[in-house]
Design a protein around this ligand. Sequence first.
Ligand SMILES: [Zn+2]
Length: 303
Amino acid sequence: MLLLSIGFADESSNINDKFNELCTYLRNNEINIAMVENDIAEYHYIKLLLKDSEKDIKNFDNYRDLFLSYATDIIYEYISKNYEMKILEKLIRQNYGYFSPEEMEDIKQKCGSYIMGTGILPVNDVITSMKHRNEIYKKIEDYLQESNEIIIDGFVKFRLKNLEDDISEILDRMIEEYMVEREYDEFIKLLRYFVEIQESKYDVLNIYINQNGDYTLKDGNSLNITRELFADFEVFNENNDTTVDDILLSIIVTCAPRQLIIHSVENCRNKEIIETIKNIFLERTIFCDTCEDCKIIRSGQIV
Ligand SMILES: [Zn+2]
């Protein structure tokens, strides 16, 4: 009895090994299943056959869902690698040929993470990436519920008609993100350079983050210099929508302290500013949560 027949073009893929593993698993669970392979025209076929005995059919029934979800997984992975990634490579070459080879590789990696669901993605991308993958997965699963014969080329052509448009959309979005990231990197590099060449106004600058998220700045002698430092930048605040975090960043970059100690960082309302500071000041940044002032902050008072 034919359980499933899969026709595909790329013989170099590991689809055979994957189906072999599935068969071994089922055989270990007393299901008489065999896998045969043959070539017809341009396609390589894998056929999974179940022994027609009443016992085997009954046994297999308990594993039908598992069988289908494994088969869906294997076919999904094949489509990702052999269609999605190839479409992606083609679109990058066609539309973004002006990037350097290294940049194109970076962009491919970034899109690859999105398409295959590997690597680290920003939160909003994680969700849309899951949605993208899930849609394809669901279509394969639905198809296998209805039919025990699939030719992957035809399936992609007729059931995943929008695949190229979807990949193109993903690519454009990832390019946008890539440009923003690159701009941020350049901004950080510039500030890092500025801090390096700038004469340090303070050997040590302490930034205390109170429980209400407000900042208190003190020099190495524990002298409160918050008012004095913020005063220089007050004019910014009146004229535009510069945030207190922007001002803080300007202050510490201008002061270029040799050492920057950030106290009670867990109270910070804006984690990005801390990341940015760390990226600019690198090993000059120290975090503290044990000093006397940190204890005062923890007790709910302002330092
Ligand atoms: Zn501290």
